[in-house]
Design a protein around this ligand. Structure first.
Ligand SMILES: Nc1ncnc2c1ncn2[C@@H]1O[C@H](COP(=O)(O)OP(=O)(O)O)[C@@H](O)[C@H]1O
Ligand SMILES: [Mg+2]
Length: 709
């Protein structure tokens, strides 16, 4: 066997006939079980390929427009329709109707860039597109996404780009441009460099009438409206052909090949991105195109459009969208390009007249940058020409958790993630973002829980809305999801982690990272963040204590017995009857002590007990009407209360604290193993994390016991 070498790479040289991987002559490596051609053929749509590469004459295009006038929509209408095409749902939060646009869940990419929470800012964003689509003036503004670092601004821009890309491939999102065949004998085509609509080729003095005629003819609701002028390159070709044919437009149109336009960021078609480099290195040609020096010799002049590349971001993004990353880092000299582009829908390539554009301009900027520049000349000019939408951090715990669940599912990281690990990291992140409540009797933790939908006595939906309103910059400061993501990633690769990570490993990472956190402005802030870590640790202690207690008590028969006992009492209580004592057969008053000892486990105050009991009876009654029977698992709060009560009753029968001592007797060990199994089966632990958490809770109890003594 011969061996070849390329750099460090060694490979086997195969000769026809020989060295054939042990196959007999004539048999190919391709097995019967896998035919690559079939495999691809079955998954590829030839029809779609043909649709997306469709070409035709100008007349063909006019027929398409008559059938589907929306192919002529402008960039804002298209963006708006694209978002709506994915559907919208609504829900009520704190008595307010909120719309959720499914598009932002990233259906195009299976949720890869899905956005959680942020419904309200996204409603504003969609409102902007709606106003712009209807031509109310928003289409003359730069859309500025503004927020702290890591608040999802780039993700939103990325989604919009992906969205219009995918939409342009759909039949309902179809759009068209054209190429020139200057020499009818040749197959050579020159594409319109700015993806313009073929209707712009209708002579300007006739265009309005032409469009009116189309609108009359198609008989649909949509009104076609074509704005702007041909770009200089196409204008030159057009003029040359008009001269060649002595003003016969029909002959000129024989040189036009209309084609389906498919937007693609990768191919720089209809989607542009501009990222300012260092300040001295900015060059306007990146935005509006550049002279092609090689071609000047050929065409004799640097003002011949054929010697110019219309390939700046504004040019190529025409009919789609251009994103300005860190837009406030843009050199002031470009400001005017940007403002003209938004206000007038015109750009000015070097040496050429102003050129029409039709594209959505989205800029984003980080909050600190924005504040720095607030008094700057740049901002003055920009302020009333932008629509600023604040993109804050998430302040609702359940939404924040979703970010990390998506990034760090066990399947993805191939590690066990102990229950509550991601939740605790998320909880800390949210806590650092909340402003301390002005009411002295409300802690930050309680405020976080209220925001998260938990009820607290004395707090109504209106109160919670007021709490939200009564803040200055809530959501604009605090720890970013990116910091949390980085630290979770660190925890996953650290030696300590082993095969699993737990809240302690992650909370330690979060804490040690604070020492070098670049965005922390003051020591006070750092201190506050540390304090919040302690709040999280205490909360975690509560949660796992509860969980272990419930696992200990989760003897189904016992819970079920306690449940029916409780329900019998509640029923008698609400109907003012007596309860039959099962042992004595005597009728007795409902056992208030028993009912309260259960209800107190889930913080039902004395003043709310009647409501709680009535709710339960109503629920049971409703079930009975449907012929169903109540079971304690149907009400998770009641279930929790029952389990905690049972735990209390049997606390002494299982000596968890003995776990922290080195000798455990056989019967205790057996009981502990049962609890461990419950933790694994019902609460998502594995052997290792269940052992850890039992030890941890045992140590808490040991501490508690010694505290008492
Ligand atoms: N509301 C949110 N929903 C989903 N992911 C979010 C959210 N906020 C932040 N992220 C995540 O945080 C990370 C940073 O987001 P990015 O869009 O780059 O922020 P920005 O551009 O605002 O600095 C991304 O991984 C993103 O998925
Ligand atoms: Mg960003």
């Amino acid at each position: 066997m011969e061996v070849g070498r390329r750099g460090n790479h060694v490979f086997r040289i195969r000769r026809p006939g020989g060295d054939n991987l042990g196959l007999t002559e004539g048999e190919s490596v391709m097995s019967e079980h896998f035919d690559p051609y079939d495999f691809v053929r079955e998954r590829q749509s030839v029809e779609q390929f043909q649709e997306l590469t469709w070409t035709g004459s100008f007349e063909d295009y006019v027929n398409i427009v008559l059938r589907q006038p929306t192919v002529t929509r402008n960039a804002f209408q298209r963006m708006y329709d694209m978002i709506l095409s994915h559907g919208v749902e609504d829900f009520i939060e704190f008595k307010k109707k909120i719309y959720r646009y499914r598009f932002f869940e990233d259906p195009i990419d299976d949720g890869a860039d899905g956005i959680f929470g942020l419904e309200v800012p996204l409603m504003k964003l969609v409102g902007f597109f709606r106003a712009a689509a209807q031509g109310y003036g928003a289409e003359k503004r730069v859309l500025l996404l503004h927020g702290p670092v890591g608040s999802c601004k780039s993700t939103i821009a990325r989604l919009l780009k992906k969205g219009i890309e995918a939409y342009s491939r759909q039949p309902e999102g179809a759009m068209y441009s054209y190429s020139w065949r200057m020499d009818l004998e040749s197959d050579h085509l020159d594409a319109c460099p700015m993806n313009q609509d073929p209707l712009l080729l209708v002579p300007i003095e006739i265009r309005d009438n032409f469009i009116d005629a189309l609108n009359e003819k198609h008989g649909q609701d949509y009104r076609i409206k074509v704005e702007g002028d041909l770009n200089p390159y196409c204008q030159r070709n057009y003029d040359e052909l008009m001269l060649r044919y002595n003003g016969d437009w029909t002959s000129v149109m024989r040189h036009v090949v209309v084609r389906r336009l498919v937007l693609s960021e990768k191919d720089r078609v209809g989607i542009g991105t501009f990222q300012p480099k260092d300040e001295k290195n900015q060059d306007s040609t990146e935005l509006t195109g550049d002279i092609n020096y090689r071609k000047i010799a050929e065409y004799g002049s640097d003002s011949d459009p054929r010697a110019f590349n219309f390939d700046g971001e504004f040019n190529i993004a025409n009919r789609g969208m251009v994103e300005f990353i860190e837009v406030l880092k843009l050199d002031v000299a470009f400001l005017y390009d940007l403002l003209g582009a938004s206000q007038e829908h015109k750009i000015k390539p070097k040496k050429f007249p102003q050129t029409s554009i039709d594209e959505v301009i989205v800029g984003h900027t980080n909050e600190p940058e924005y504040r720095k520049l607030q008094k700057n000349e740049f901002m003055e000019a920009l302020r009333d020409r932008t629509v600023k939408i604040d993109i804050p951090y998430i302040t609702k715990l359940d939404d924040e958790v979703k970010i990390y669940r998506k990034d760090y599912s066990e399947k993805k990281v191939r590690r066990h993630i102990a229950p509550h690990t991601l939740d605790m990291a998320a909880m800390w992140a949210v806590l650092t973002r909340l402003e301390p409540p002005k009411k002295a009797d409300l802690s930050v933790l309680q405020k976080m829980k209220l925001y998260n939908g938990k009820t607290l006595p004395g707090y109504t939906s209106d109160n919670i809305r007021e709490l939200r309103k009564d803040t200055e910059r809530e959501g604009m400061e605090g720890i970013s999801p990116r910091y949390i993501q980085d630290k979770i990633a660190n925890a996953l690769v650290s030696d300590r982690a082993g095969n699993s990570i737990n809240p302690f490993v992650v909370l330690n990472e979060l804490e040690s990272g604070l020492r070098h956190h670049a965005l922390l402005k003051t020591d006070e802030e750092r201190e506050r963040y540390r304090e919040m870590l302690n709040v999280v640790k205490e909360e975690y202690e509560q949660i796992v204590k509860n969980e272990v207690q419930r696992a200990i008590a989760a003897d189904e028969e016992a819970v079920s017995r306690l449940c029916s006992n409780y329900i019998d009492n509640v029923k008698a209580y609400t109907q003012r009857e007596k309860v039959r004592n099962q042992y004595t057969g005597q009728d007795e008053e409902p056992d208030e002590r028993l009912m309260r000892s259960i209800e107190e486990k889930i913080d039902i105050p004395e003043s709310r007990k009647d409501d709680f009991r009535r709710e339960i009876m109503n629920y049971i009654g409703a079930l009975a009407l449907e012929g169903k029977q109540f079971n304690y698992r149907m009400n998770s709060r009641l279930m929790k209360a029952l389990e905690l009560k049972l735990f209390e009753d049997q606390r002494d029968s299982i000596k968890l604290t003995s776990l922290v001592s080195s000798v455990v007797d056989k019967s205790t060990q057996e009981k502990i193993d049962i609890v461990k199994q419950r933790l694994i089966q019902k609460y998502g632990y594995n052997e290792e994390s269940a052992t850890d958490v039992l030890n941890y809770v045992a140590s808490i109890f040991a501490r508690g016991a010694s505290n008492k003594s």
